[in-house]
Design a protein around this ligand. Sequence first.
Ligand code: NAP
Ligand code: MG
Length: 485
Amino acid sequence: MSTAHAAPFVNDAWLTGRAEGYERENPAHPGQVVGAITTADSAVVDDAVEGAVHAWADWRRRPAQERGRVLIRAAELVAARVDELSTLLTLEEGKTLAEARGEVVRTAETLRFHGMQAWQPCGEVFHGGANDEIVRTHRVPIGVVGVITPWNFPLNIPAWKIAPALVHGCTVVWKPASYAALTGAALVRILQEAGLPRGVLQFVPGPGARGQQLVEDPRVVAVTFTGSEAVGRRIAGICAARGAGFQLELGGHNPALVLPDADLDLTVRALVTSVVSGSGQKCTAARRILVHDDVRDAVLDRLTAALSQVKIGDGMDPASTIGPLISAEARDEVRQAVDNARTEGADVLVGAAPADDAHLDGGYYVRPTLLATDKPDLSLACEEVFGPVSVVLGFADVDEGFRLANTTRFGLSAAIFTGSERLARRAADEVDAGMVNINQPTTGSELHVPFGGMKSSSAPGPKEQGQTARDFFTETKAIYATAVR
Ligand code: NAP
Ligand code: MG
């Protein structure tokens, strides 16, 4: 198998000659090298920021539609390379090929959507208070932004941050996740091929310290980050102290509320998706399944049967419905969290056994696992563990179910399963989550709709995706003009 490569991309050059780097293994076949990554040191990050400052002087003045056309060309290139990109994504990150294809297609659509924003209105016009006066507003780009991304959607999350930054006239320095820098480099190559000018997008693979360097650099006017709560809080502190903008998408602990009048077939299908997709390594995965006592046995019988039939295996095998976790550490952390929950008194309904059959070749698998508890403060019922593991809690009346849906500090997504329009409406009104799904998995699935959380899942401010993405990368200017006669 030929291996992939990644390296820093700074001022239109791939810095492949540097000595420092590491190899990325295939999480389905540890020991099999997917590719080699050359990393940036602090001098490279410094050059990348300086280059982005220079590039901004010109990029911000280009017609927005010229900037948009580059993104639309990149969208076409991504769409033409679905096979190649999705294969690399599966080999490097582990998700199934079907999921990887979905992510690649959505990445093309994301690039196209934001490219097309150059043809949208860019301001408003107001009557002035004085005679003949008009006031108009328009949005201006803020400058060099730092983009720091996780490995779980290594094409689409970067695309939904980088594309609006670029179309609205910012330049970008991007620190990808170390586990998925090969896929990141593939996206950079495509944007380069689509015609991005020198310095407009700088790519600096390397450890978290390189990300922190970006966060601390006074030339970086704002940072958009998706990842863990701990790193996000640190970024917020540094940015707030130096007056830089920050946008955070952090963890979730998403409730799925099942009421007695739910359509159980639909509910179980949606719950399986919410637990297993991306091997549960999704910030929108269902972590707490809250089931009304009247349907508890019926739901759990079907759900455990469905989860025990999920086919674990290499994402490249079309028969697999769930791939490995990202690393041995991630697998061990999930297993430890399940063991701790058992020690705390939770019952295993399905899963929990190690996934170590010979055909799995030592890959980092975890069986889809459901634990039942009556303690809402069980750590697994409050803290996010990034794997295909969910906790079931029962409730006897609907008010109690709604209360349980809001008991964590997170508020990213939620789902309610009910036939009642009144209760669906109540969920939309009362569940503290950025995305409320009625009779659907716990996702936020549309790229043209704002995406993000409430409470500790995010930071207050403009949401990502959709047209609101613009607001983080621009600021409003008001122009007052009196007609000259
Ligand atoms: P992570 O450890 O926070 O890493 C995210 C990114 O930050 C990576 O590029 C990482 O680099 C970098 N980083 C690490 N330390 C840093 C520092 N001190 N300063 C600046 N950057 C630093 O998260 P992860 O392990 O990749 O992803 C899992 C987490 O992300 C989960 O908690 C999940 O809930 C969350 N997530 C949230 C969303 C959402 O939209 N809300 C989406 C996806 C994931 P390295 O890779 O080199 O460590
Ligand atoms: Mg991490």
